[in-house]
Design a protein around this ligand. Structure first.
Ligand code: PLP
Length: 406
């Protein structure tokens, strides 16, 4: 295959990670920090350590790092620097967007209806649920099709004059499905209702041009694109009502109090910049590997299906359900054989719970309990995928035998 050589040349650049013989296939959970990102952050832990709010030269030096990072992120998102707020991660960005906008809109207009999809990340779903349970909002869940997609028409039909906010995930962390955010945003703009999108997975692979997408709010988190954990950003388009959810000093235009984490913010900007620059080469390589993996698994494993959309899916993302398999058991077997992937079901006090996302898509319990996610990244090589697709069928069989005798 001619792809092998290009792949290595393109992808291994900037990686310092050594997986010591193990195969990491869980990039949707987290990514290693790239070498150039580490290098960009280091001076801000030491020489440029000042409090960015201080007016002396130490503070100004740190402040300059943050404002440069903000300008970089704004350019990559195609917005103004004033529209970018740094946070502690994807979770906080989702919290600030949803809680902050819902509360501000109700204060201004009385709007108290929140519309979200049933396949949101818990950071969005739980925030909306709390607004319903504790703060008197009415929460409505949109329907999704069997691939986990929301249709613009479904949004249009459910928008009300009293809708405070719509929040819909862009690239799904669990099933990889990409939502038609641009079309949904058009519907929301016509009704003058703010749309937030959780782009935490999407930022590593899809367009995040907020002008093109037309969204009011967009969340990202650095550790999903080769940046550090504990830092994220939120795009808030000018004029969108929003209340700070963390109060204190006037940091981040008064929307996110607390001394800014200079090194991590600088790292986020560097990671976003290098990740976005790599996409024209990385995405086609990932799509090719992803599709080989999907095709092979569906052919060799009996009673298997792809969860999520076959084509409208994140380039690095494959997810499956296997009937009569415990997904947690399977991911443990995979780990014992040197493969790190994740299972879709949460293990609550010993008894597995199928994921809300898979149930919302219409999967039955017997399928939904046997889900796994395999996500590829910069260091994934064709040989990794080859070894994975050779091993998985045997382990599914082993997991089925274990289940049958349990
Ligand atoms: C990881 C993730 C989050 C949470 O981001 P953190 O930075 O880990 O807090 C939110 N949404 C999606 C889709 C994610 O994949």
């Amino acid at each position: 295959m001619s792809m092998g050589r290009n792949w290595k040349a393109v992808i291994m650049v900037g990686m310092v990670s050594d997986f010591s013989g193990k195969t990491y296939l869980d990039y949707a959970a987290s990514t290693p920090v790239a070498e150039e990102v580490m290098a960009a952050m280091l001076p801000f832990f030491t020489n440029r350590f000042g409090n960015p709010s201080s007016t002396h030269s130490f503070g100004q030096s740190a402040e300059a790092g943050i404002e440069r990072a903000r300008a970089t992120v704004a350019e990559l998102l195609n917005c103004t620097p004033q529209e970018v707020i740094f946070t502690s991660g994807g979770t906080e960005s989702n919290n600030l967007a949803i809680r902050g906008t819902a509360l501000a809109r109700r204060e201004k207009t009385g709007a108290d209806h929140i519309l979200i999809s049933p396949v949101e990340h818990p950071a969005a779903a739980t925030t909306a649920q709390q607004l319903a349970d504790m703060f008197g909002f009415e929460l409505e869940l949109l329907p999704v099709d069997e691939t986990g997609r929301v249709s613009p028409q479904a949004v249009q039909e459910r928008l009300r004059p009293s809708t405070a906010l719509v929040s819909i995930i862009y690239g799904n962390n669990e099933i990889g499905t990409i939502n038609p955010i641009q079309q949904i945003a058009r519907v929301c703009r016509e009704a003058e209702i703010p749309l937030h999108t959780d782009a935490v997975q999407a930022a590593a692979h899809l367009s995040i041009d907020v002008a093109e997408l037309g969204v009011s709010l967009l969340s990202i988190g650095a550790h999903k694109f080769y940046g550090p954990k504990g830092v994220g950003a939120l795009f808030i388009s000018k004029g969108t009502p929003i209340l700070p959810t963390q109060t204190g000093g006037s940091h981040e235009s008064g929307l996110r109090a607390g001394t800014s984490n200079t090194p991590l913010i600088v790292g986020l900007a560097k990671a976003l910049e290098t990740t976005r620059a790599s996409l024209p080469k990385v995405n086609p390589a990932l799509i090719s590997l992803r599709d080989q993996l999907i095709q092979s698994i569906l052919q060799t494993v009996p009673d298997s299906l792809l969860t999520g959309h076959a084509r409208e899916r994140l380039p690095n993302h494959a997810s499956f359900a296997f009937r009569h398999v415990d997904g947690n058991e399977l991911s443990m077997l995979l780990d014992a054989h040197g493969f790190a992937c994740s299972s879709g079901s949460a293990c609550k006090s010993g008894s597995p719970e199928p994921s809300r996302t898979l149930l919302a898509m219409g999967l039955t319990h017997e399928w939904a309990l046997g889900s796994i996610r395999v996500s590829l990244g910069r260091a994934t090589e064709p040989a990794d995928v080859d070894r994975f697709v050779q091993t998985l069928p045997l382990l599914v069989e082993a997991a089925r035998r274990l289940g049958a005798t349990a």
